[in-house]
Design a protein around this ligand. Sequence first.
Ligand code: WT7
Length: 651
Amino acid sequence: MARPTSAAARGLRVLKPSADFQRQARLSGLAAYKRLHAESLRAPDTFWRRMAEEHVVWRKPFHEVLRWKPPHAKWFVGGSLNVAENCLDRHLGTNRENQAAIIFEGEPGDVRTLTYRQLHAEVCRAAHVLENLGVGKGDRVAIYLPMIPEAVVAMLACARLGAIHTVVFGGFSPDSLKDRINGCHAKLLITADGGWRRGKIVELKSAADKALEHTPSVQAVLVVKRTAQAVTMRSGRDIWWTEALAGAPNSHRAKAFGSEHPLFILYTSGSTGKPKGVLHTSAGYLLGAKLSSRYVFDLKDNDRYFCSADIGWITGHSYVVYGLMSNGATVFLYEGAPNQPGPDRFWEMIDRHGLTILYTAPTAIRAFMRWGDEHVLRHRLDSLRLLGSVGEPINPEAWHWYHRLVGKGRCPIVDTWWQTETGSIMITPLPGATPLKPGSATLPFFGVAPRVVDERGREVGPDQDGKLVITRPWPSMLRTLWGDDERYRRTYFGEYGEHPDWYFTGDGARRDKDGYFWIIGRIDDVLNISGHRIGTAEVESALVAHPAVAEAAAVGKPDDLKGQSLVVFVTLKQAAVATDELREQLRAHVAREIGALARPDQVRFAPALPKTRSGKIMRRILKDIAAGKPVVGDVTTMEDVTVIAALQDAC
Ligand code: WT7
């Protein structure tokens, strides 16, 4: 990952919020931010009590703000609520009732709008259907759907019943779906016949059928009809969504659940082969998502907000569903690819629907840059007032392009740093308050106490590289890894012996003299490819499962478009022959095992892999080789140094 240099060092301007933006902002001026942030750290109990009382609809009030027995946090102890009620019922009888909750556009161009009242009715119907299928409090429900309104309905129906959803991104393979279902013993799967992507059908039902051969916990499958091609419906197990919902009542009495009742599990890549089931609970998560949406996106009643992330990622959970709907916002949902039918699809939709806020990823921005300015310039984009970025560090070149071409120099950009585990945005500008430095996620959100430290936990000086830690609990933090408390403790709280209460992010960062954070990227064995986390171990274990492969090592190579591209080094078994055909087979094999997002960009056959004497693969060396750089640094622990030259020659 390229090292960000400070804005000052690059001679870049600091961009202050414009007077126009400030005038209408929810929070104006840096002093206002500083006052609130300081209060949130000085008197966290008072601050969070006030926020929770103001922003959450409680069935029963809480009596204790935080119970912190590191690494386990309980927020708003004693309280009870219903998260779906917080997203829907609270808007009924207000002027939001008939406002659009979702404006949906499918890739083929079909448009559907659901008001808050209509969405509420759909969720109530779905809740009845789920209840009739035996789904109740604490049961797990897997959701494997395209970006269609039913995905939101399914999530909120689970929340309404106190069932725990686990959304699996539609691009994942049958095998990945199977692992996630089995990881949490889901009782029900909600899927679709297919979804539209680049003019083609993504066959979700047939993929689900493959997974379902090995998922004994699943008793029923609800199938949304989206693409309408023929699919196999297994009688006694598979039910059409529309038929089931048609007979169900459109009101539903929601029960209340405790503040710490689990809301969802979301699997994410870690540094071992097994994905981690990040668990989020109810009140704290909801408050974090709601408060950050409101202040980071400066939400107003007449906003039309577009987040391009899929519902299968945490961004879709917090910043399509829970954070936005609890605020009563109008969310634009788009099913398909950004370049279908042409490279201006986003800009065309922004104009046609009058969208005001766009939240997307640097990798998408770099793709738009590559496709050419003319596609953006053809559209007015005058409805936009705010832009956001998430998923990886945004390089200043992409930042300026986004600011100038898309935002016409008028829209602030919020570069938001956070993780699946943090549940909500942690380091971010507040657009009416924070002067921006392109490439920096700027300053911590309310209640967030980040620090950049060295190996021993000592804070490093300004502009020094270090590890990013969060030194206090926050309401939307993950509570554990599903079924693996020990891994939770080890992964996130085991880094510094003297500080068992510090959350370790896995990211490297630096802080400049103004206190601005510059995220460098992952320092563990996790890659960030187009804003998606992929564990090197997952890719390696998929590769060694192939009959031709003896050993494999996966590394990231800096890439202009994707941030990192995936390079794998492979040694073959005696009988196998290194051919281009095998190379293609291995790429397809990984895509089949994990999903297309993990398809290696490059497969390099090698006679041997560089290892330490204790047999650990030296990824650092492979990274240099993949990047075409000379191998520098210490190789004295290496078992056989001649391997380096052989690797450099290999292709
Ligand atoms: C990792 C988390 C949070 C939703 C999307 C990804 C990287 C995320 C930024 C940013 C620099 C960023 C970090 C982080 N990351 N946002 N604004 N600037 N890096 O969620 O899959 O859990 O990945 O994404 O490395 O640890 P995720």
